[in-house]
Ligand binder design. Structure first.
Ligand SMILES: [Zn+2]
Ligand SMILES: [Zn+2]
Length: 193
């Protein structure tokens, strides 16, 4: 009788051990398979692009819509160097070695002397805004045209003025030309405004 009781207790203990074993395996599996809490991706503002003038932003958008030729992507003097900076007179992209900063702009080796040698005068000033960049884009087109078709060099400088009363920054595009060409350029741009 006593033996039977002992055997029963032993069986009960063995069963208990088995049940505990199974339970722990189950719990382990459950814990392992529980889907991990989704990692919160921090919402970083994507602001890789430096703040360009609105007109330039428009041009960049335009430029992205068509594929430039390979030759337009590389420095005209170094076919294996990517063009990085645009000359303010010829609008071609040069590698860093081929372009020099001057005032707020950059000029290629061919056009920097032109800037230095001549006296430059203001031809036209227009006010631009983010909401209406159209006129600015037109001015850049005309400038490019005058250089490519008639070889008259000009450059456009961006001027900023803080409007104190209304606390915002006004942007002006100023077209400059060599003093001797001022009259001719003014005539060409008479109908612009
Ligand atoms: Zn140039
Ligand atoms: Zn170069």
């Amino acid at each position: 009788m006593e033996n039977t009781a002992l055997i029963l207790i032993a069986i009960a203990l063995i069963l208990l051990v088995i049940v505990i074993g199974l339970l722990s395996v189950l719990i382990y599996k459950l814990l392992k398979e529980r889907p991990q809490a989704p990692v919160e991706t921090p919402k970083t503002e994507v602001k890789n692009e430096p703040e360009y003038h609105p007109v330039v932003v428009e041009r960049l958008k335009e430029a992205k819509s068509f594929k430039p030729k390979r030759s337009e992507l590389f420095c005209p003097n170094h076919s294996d160097e990517p063009g990085e900076v645009t000359c303010s007179i010829c609008d071609r992209m040069y590698c860093k070695a081929c372009i020099k900063p001057f005032k707020t702009m950059h000029f290629c080796k061919e056009h920097l002397p032109l800037i230095m040698k001549h006296e430059w005068d203001e031809i036209l000033t227009i006010k631009t805004s983010t909401t209406d960049p159209e006129q600015g884009v037109r001015l850049y087109d005309i400038k490019k045209n005058i250089f490519e078709k008639e070889q008259i060099p000009t450059y456009i400088e961006t001027h900023y003025k803080i409007n104190v009363d209304h606390d915002f920054i006004e942007t002006y595009l100023v077209l400059f030309g060599i003093k001797e060409n001022v009259d001719e350029l003014k005539k060409k741009l008479k109908n612009f405004l």
